[in-house]
Ligand binder design. Structure first.
Ligand code: ACO
Length: 435
């Protein structure tokens, strides 16, 4: 019984008009439990009411303390820290530590974390042989997905997911080896020899070295480009329950090893509506070609012929805060590399779209991908490497989300329900009776 003065816990009353019965279900965190609806039945033997939510438009699949997004206000925070401050004041490895461990590292913790990740950047020689087996024009993202999955066979003890020491080693390996596999995918496609990791360099600097070092005995990354890449990794590190993170959690919920779950997450990121969007932005800018072609292009989009790639977001109904940071970063990068001629088209496209009733009404603003491709291209990354770069940054977020899921007592193997609308029972006809 409720004691005097104790606030009544919020509830929702639902009346089933089929039976006239009312049900009271608790509201916690502005949410009701879908399983609380199962008590609502027309007949005692019924399964009970379910919710129908394709694409999870309004279903929370977990409780999380990692990333906060307010899509209407354009806010993104990791563990409470605004993305703008993290991008300005932290390195990617500090942010990766923050996502996984919940707090920013002390100096000693950061030194230990960086040393361990650096110590795990090398890959087994057989990984190189595996990558050699790909066709010369294999997409680097396809190579990365397969290589991340293959790592599970090199480290079979990673399946002991409750063992904290084992888990920690897997984090070091996946964060350490993903840039190596990513760079090797590029080198393979170019027919260039693989470049060993250079452990004197920063995380981003070493990746640039493995990508672009040729005959020089030591690669010296340009500090502006090295910093820009590090910031891009930070901006891509986590974005709560997006498609690839949901894949990481869902596949991981079968208690498979984290390498296999991360391969599934990378596969989800491969798609053009997710990690492939910045590639699509560049192709679109190429297709538009010149500034005077923009009005006709916008008109075609408004008439339903294609989309303005790099615009719109399921969650952000305001300027994506990452797009703001990237736009500033682009200026710094172009001072070093020279201006990407497509920038003028992008800026003009944005200017026109943001004044257009169609885009205003639908709250369509530039997302993280609208400008990131221009920076990557100026830094000489080929277009098909763009989703691979995204995967490097996102790996720490996937691992943080995976660990949170594994430790969450509420979680079980992911297993959605369906509404069956197929045939009722029928008998198998002989081949002669068919058709
Ligand atoms: N260009 C033109 N119109 C658009 C665009 C766009 N980029 N995005 C949405 N719309 C329109 C839709 O046609 C729809 O109009 P309607 O109401 O008249 O039918 C309305 O805006 C709502 O669009 P939805 O598709 O319902 O929005 P949803 O949340 O499902 O899609 C998505 C979000 C996939 C990002 C979409 O905006 C899109 O396709 N954008 C282009 C691709 C892109 O940039 N993806 C990167 C996402 S960020 C990331 O993954 C890192």
């Amino acid at each position: 019984m409720q004691s005097q003065g104790e606030a009544k816990k919020p509830t929702l009353t639902i009346t089933d008009n089929r039976t006239g019965k009312s049900y009271e279900v608790p509201i916690e965190n502005e949410t009701i439990k879908a399983t609380d609806l199962r008590q609502i039945k027309e007949h005692a033997e019924d399964f009970g009411i379910m919710t129908y939510d394709p694409a999870f438009m309004n279903t929370a699949s977990c409780k999380s303390t990692i990333t906060y997004i307010d899509g209407d206000k354009g806010i993104l925070r990791y563990r409470g820290y605004p993305i703008e401050q993290l991008a300005e004041r932290c390195s990617y490895l500090e942010v990766a530590y923050l996502l996984i461990h919940g707090e920013l590292p002390t100096k000693a913790q950061l030194a230990d974390w960086s040393t361990n990740i650096t110590a795990h950047t090398f890959v087994h020689e057989n990984i190189k042989k595996l990558m050699d087996g790909f066709h010369h024009d294999a997409h680097p993202m396809g190579m990365l997905v397969s290589t991340i999955g293959a790592l599970s066979t090199f480290y079979p003890s990673a399946k002991h997911i409750a063992d904290k020491a084992e888990r920690q080693r897997t984090f070091y390996r996946l964060i350490g080896k993903t840039p190596t596999a990513a760079a090797y995918a590029y080198r393979h496609s170019m027919g260039f020899p693989y470049v060993h990791p250079d452990n004197d360099l920063s995380y981003a600097g070493n990746f640039l070295s493995m990508m672009f070092r040729m005959a020089e005995p030591k690669y010296h990354p340009h500090p502006v480009l090295e910093k820009a890449l590090d910031v891009l990794f930070i901006l891509h590190a986590d974005h709560e329950q997006n498609c690839s993170t949901s894949a990481m959690r869902s596949v991981g919920s079968s208690q498979v090893d984290p390498y296999s779950a991360a391969a599934a997450a990378s596969a989800a990121l491969y798609g053009p509506l997710h990690g492939g969007a910045n590639e699509a932005v560049l192709r679109m800018l190429d297709e538009i070609g010149t500034k005077d072609a923009i009005p006709a292009f916008i008109k075609a989009v408004k008439e339903g012929h294609g989309r303005l790639m790099g615009f719109g977001h399921r969650v952000y109904k305001n300027y994506d805060p990452r797009a703001n940071i990237i736009k500033r970063l682009a200026d710094q990068v172009f001072e070093v590399t020279g201006r990407n001629p497509k920038l003028d088209i992008a800026l003009e496209l944005e200017r026109i779209a943001l004044q257009d009733e169609y885009f205003i009404k639908r709250k369509l603003y530039p997302n993280v991908d609208f400008y990131s491709g221009l920076i990557y291209q100026a830094m000489k990354f080929p277009v098909d490497m763009f989703p691979v770069l995204f995967a490097i940054g996102r790996m720490s977020g996937w691992l943080a989300q995976w660990a949170e899921m594994v430790d969450d007592a509420d979680q079980k193997i992911a297993r959605p329900r369906q509404i069956y609308l197929g045939h009722d029972k029928r008998d198998v006809p002989s081949a002669a009776q068919r058709g």
